[in-house]
Design a protein around this ligand. Structure first.
Ligand code: NAD
Length: 475
């Protein structure tokens, strides 16, 4: 596929294109327009021009438009999922699910937009009436990552449109093809020109001033690394654009001695090895209580050893390739550092030699890890499960909280009191108790500390694209 930009309801070319690679083979799978700042400015122009009319539509009309996008996405699920596999590398089943997950966000916000209620507030003065309205912020700019190239856009686009905002999307340079396919669905849904715009580029920096510092941009919404998130906060200060950030995580996964160990092993498989460990929610530090650590590590090792590594196109594949050489180098360095520090590789630990064309790393379990190892103290973003042991509740909570991140945490226990105590004490935005996937379009999604600002999902996800206006009457 060759992806173009989508601006003001038209597919737009530019002088240059860049190649998009398949991380499973290293082959070129398509090209995308390498837009310059002129295209980015044209997209902001279009979004600003479309805003008055779009924000004046009723919530019911906007809901219908969002549902048309969702239906067009589902109708094209197979092709879109195949593009995700080709440029991102995840197994086809996970890519299919990503498209469905994207429609869940669209469907939820299509409905939630109809509940953007205001308030009539009691007043202190006779004859005075205070009415609070919810107003869309204006033009939104969304910058998204490569690990869920379609779903992360849907998570931002759906509430923006539901609120009455118009939007410019800049997807990750590794994965522009499936976002272009999403915009084909948007084109089919026949929204007014300029409401949704797509700008692709190889380097994000040249577009940043046009997208982030234009005074007409009133909202910046970002999913990606904490380092880039901090740069965007600085850029947002130029015009005090509102900003939402979904950033890195470093999730603890705590297995107590009273846990169902089979469920805990299944939980690690899902949390750690889905998308090859390249998810912000994925378990990064696995704490097993001393009395069960040996048995748990044995069972985990056996289960991880059975995972099939391969290209996402193969039906048998559980774990695909890493996204690129940078990701591969980071995973390798983290494993080497752990081994140098005294950890033991119980399964995996190196490149998959038989799949030399891509960035394939064996699903890995490390035992005997300590808190200072890179694979524990940093976000690895790869298929490496470091197991640490702990003695008691108090110390594991202290160690789990000892991080600058605070996105997701997991607790496996069969003791209700322990589940309540530990979930309350963990300083994380989302805690899964015997649940490896604590995320839903209907609930707040986001992190404490340096894992982000604001929440996507639920009521908060819509509020993030709206501003309250007080109208005070004397009558
Ligand atoms: P990244 O920050 O490098 O890139 C993300 C996006 O930002 C891309 O579109 C990229 O082009 C753009 N970008 C990079 N530098 C920029 C700049 N200077 N100005 C403007 N835009 C810029 O992140 P990544 O490595 O692609 O993604 C992985 C990170 O994303 C991980 O840390 C992961 O935890 C995080 N993530 C978080 C969530 C969440 O919901 N909290 C979800 C998925 C991924």
């Amino acid at each position: 596929m060759d992806a173009s930009c989508y601006v003001n309801g038209k597919w737009v070319e530019a002088d240059a294109r860049f190649d998009v690679f398949n991380p499973a083979t290293g082959e070129v799978v398509g090209t995308a327009v390498d837009a310059g700042s002129n295209v980015a400015t044209a997209a902001v122009d279009a979004a600003a021009a479309a805003f008055p009319e779009w924000s004046a539509t009723t919530a019911v009309e906007r809901a219908a438009a969002i549902r048309r996008i969702s239906a067009a996405l589902l109708a094209n699920k197979d092709e879109m999922a195949s593009l995700i596999v080709a440029e991102q590398g995840k197994p086809k089943g996970q890519a299919d699910f990503e498209v469905v997950y994207a429609t869940q966000w669209l469907d939820w916000f299509a409905e939630e937009g109809r509940r953007a209620y205001g308030e009539v507030v009691p007043t202190h003065m006779p004859g005075k009436r205070l009415i609070v309205q919810q107003k869309p912020l204006g033009v939104a700019v969304a910058i998204t990552p490569w690990n869920f190239p379609v779903a992360m856009i849907a998570r931002k686009l759906a509430p923006a449109l539901a609120a009455g905002c118009t939007i410019v999307v800049k997807p990750a340079e590794q994965t522009p093809l499936s976002p272009a396919s999403l915009f084909e669905a948007i084109a089919k849904a026949e929204l007014p020109p300029g409401v949704c715009n797509l700008v692709t580029s190889l380097e994000p920096e040249p577009l940043a001033p046009a997208l982030l510092e234009d005074p007409r941009v009133r909202k910046i919404t970002f999913t990606g690394s904490t380092e880039v998130g901090k740069l965007l906060v600085r850029a947002s200060a130029t015009n005090l654009a509102r900003i939402s950030l979904e950033l890195g995580g470093q999730a603890p996964f705590i297995v107590f001695d009273d846990a169902d160990l089979n469920a805990a092993v299944a939980g690690v498989l899902m949390s750690k090895f889905q998308v090859n460990g390249q998810s912000c929610l994925c378990a990064n530090r696995i704490f097993a209580q001393e009395s069960i650590a040996g048995e748990f590590t044995e069972r985990l090792t056996e289960a991880v050893g059975k995972l099939t590594v391969g290209p996402g196109t193969s039906q048998d594949t559980d774990v695909g390739p890493l996204i690129d050489d940078r990701g591969f180098a980071k995973v390798s360095a983290h494993v080497a550092d752990a081994v140098a520090g005294g950890a033991t590789i119980t399964t995996g630990g190196s490149r998959v030699d038989s799949l030399s064309g891509g960035y394939f790393f064996q699903p890995t379990v490390l035992s005997g890890c300590t808190d200072d190892m890179l694979c524990v103290s940093e976000e690895t973003f790869g298929p490496v499960a470091p197991v640490l042991t702990f003695a008691d509740e108090e110390t594991v909570i202290r160690r789990a909280n000892n991080t600058r991140f605070g996105l997701a945490a997991y607790v496996y226990t069969s003791d209700l009191g322990r589940a309540l105590r530990t979930s309350e004490a963990l300083e994380f935005g989302m805690v899964g108790v015997n649940d490896p996937m604590p995320a839903s379009p209907t609930a707040p999604f986001g992190g404490f500390k340096e894992s982000g600002l604001g929440r996507e999902g639920g009521h908060d996800g819509l509020a993030a694209f709206m501003e309250k206006k007080l109208v005070s009457f004397i009558a």
